[in-house]
Design a binder for this molecule. Structure first.
Ligand code: D3G
Length: 494
């Protein structure tokens, strides 16, 4: 009895000391967590949020609590950064502190901290470095990949010709084309457009990407520990993600049998070679799990973001036919009809460059960013963020920051042009994020967007079954991703 009493006192004393120490440590670093609505146990701020429109809800909270505030998604404590200043001060001025990766409950179900995108620490560093170098080795940023993109654009033009101007849903036309560029790099070859397995992989990526944008997908972000065991749309998303892993794992296995250590054919080969080189290093990050997961990362991110941007872009262009007309004019004047567009043409095509920027700004592909985490106790402005705190850099709020973009809700390429019609950069153009973990596919994505868009418009006029004023460019879903409404269109040969 006495012993257990003493134990209790000792425990309480320990607890008090720990609480006092953490308060003291916070004081020493100055300040406290950013303000925010009071959370309830387990559900956090669920009652203040609408999972159908998380982005909008968080922006409303920032009106009340300021550009830096704290919210609880279930038991996840997240610091939300709104507007250019807050995002830039954190991700660039304090780049090291904010370089950790936060959670994405849906994707984490598959990745579990492996692979380049959703990992942390030394693993993330090693895999990122290796991925960037290897993409470059396979032509990214050089003539090699430009030629691959041009060739693929040719196949797309033929596929559109074959539709003979019929109204079609462009989704899988665009995703097959875009995916074949990254597929050539990671698997060493493109897929045939008729390949059934390819189409099923594209459905898996589209399906799981869309899921993260839905209300259930956002609810899952809060209550994944329970929801992962329950039936619902999340189970379908898991199946799709698992399908991607299974496919890549099979590909890797096939490649292992034919690997020539002296001549890597693609990203997977290069990784396998690195695995061999490091097989005696007990701390290596180059092992099978990271190979498979990093390959899924590149395949997925390299497919879904660019193809969704193009799909959304065409809808915007049909809504604004005067913009399409000016693109046609610039393409005809600078490139003409008799040769394929090349990336160097971009320098002479400020209008096209402005339109692509405006499509990406308006499209707002990843509105809340890919979540980050502070990797150490961090003083930020007057606040204290304990090591491990998750951070949402609200990229959409930067892309619509009215200190940089007037009437940000309007689609207006003119905002990226000066009065002489020259292209005008904006620091608040951050669709690829900024700081240590910005998207390293940025260069590839930009080259694809330019070459695909110009090649398509060089050859076709876009036609909607609806009048421009009836086209709805508001998104179908906004969650982790922004997803445009489903639509049909026709490609009329010029
Ligand atoms: C999704 C699933 C696996 N790996 C990457 C992604 C993804 C979607 C959008 C982005 O990453 C941002 N680059």
């Amino acid at each position: 009895m006495l012993a257990s009493g003493l134990l209790l006192v000792a425990l309480l004393a320990c607890l008090s000391v720990m609480v006092l120490m953490s308060v003291w440590r916070q004081r020493k670093l100055g300040g406290k967590l950013p303000p925010g609505p009071t959370p309830l146990p387990f559900i956090g701020n669920y009652l203040q949020l609408d999972t159908e429109q998380m982005y909008t809800c968080l922006m409303k909270l920032s009106k009340r609590y300021g550009p830096v505030f704290t919210v609880h998604l279930g038991t996840r404590r997240v610091v939300v950064l709104c507007g250019y200043d807050a995002v830039k001060e954190a991700l660039v001025d304090q780049a090291e502190e904010f370089s950790g990766r936060g959670e994405n409950a849906t994707f984490d179900w598959l990745f579990k901290g492996y692979g380049v995108v959703f990992s942390n620490g030394e693993r993330a560093k090693q895999l990122r470095r290796f991925s960037i170098t290897t993409l470059r080795d396979f032509g990214v940023g050089k003539r090699g990949i430009q030629e691959r993109i041009q060739e693929e654009a040719g196949f797309l033009i033929q596929a559109f010709r074959d539709t003979c101007g019929a109204f079609i849903d462009p989704t899988f036309y665009l995703s097959r084309t875009v995916s074949n560029v990254i597929s050539s790099i990671v698997f060493g070859d493109r897929f045939d457009y008729e390949d059934k397995e390819f189409l099923s992989l594209l459905r898996m990526m589209l399906g799981s990407f869309q899921f993260t944008a839905t209300s259930t997908g956002q609810l899952y972000e809060m209550f994944y520990s329970v929801m992962k065991h329950l039936p619902g749309p999340q189970q379908q998303a898991f199946k799709e993600l698992q399908g991607l892993e299974d496919f890549v794992a099979r590909k890797v296995e096939q490649n292992q049998r034919t690997l020539d250590p002296n001549s890597p054919r693609h990203f997977i080969d290069s990784f396998l070679i690195r695995m061999k080189e490091e097989k005696n290093n007990p701390n290596t990050e180059f092992f099978m799990k990271n190979l498979v997961m990093t390959t899924v990362n590149l395949f997925f991110a390299g497919t879904e973001t660019v193809s969704t941007t193009l799909r959304y872009g065409f809808l915007m262009l049909m809504k604004h036919p005067e913009v399409e007309a000016k693109l046609h004019e610039e393409i005809d004047r600078v490139i003409g009809r008799n040769r394929q567009p090349k990336f160097e043409d971009r320098a002479k095509m400020p209008y096209t460059e402005a339109v692509i920027h405006e499509i990406q700004r308006f499209g707002d592909m990843i509105p809340m960013g890919v979540s980050r985490r502070v990797i150490k106790d961090t003083k930020f402005r007057d606040f204290f963020l304990p090591k491990g705190t998750e951070v949402f850099p609200m990229l959409g709020s930067v892309l619509r920051d009215n200190k940089f973009f007037s009437n940000p809700e309007d689609f207006n390429p003119q905002r990226f042009l000066d009065d002489k019609g020259q292209f005008k950069k904006s620091d608040a153009f951050v669709p690829f994020s900024i700081g240590k973990r910005y998207c390293f596919g940025e260069g590839l994505a930009r080259m694809e967007l330019f070459l695909f868009l110009t090649t398509i418009l060089q050859n076709f006029c876009l036609k909607s079954p609806q009048a421009p004023q009836d086209i709805d460019v508001s998104p179908k879903h906004v969650g982790f991703a922004t997803i445009p409404k489903t639509y049909t269109m026709s490609f009329l040969a010029r």
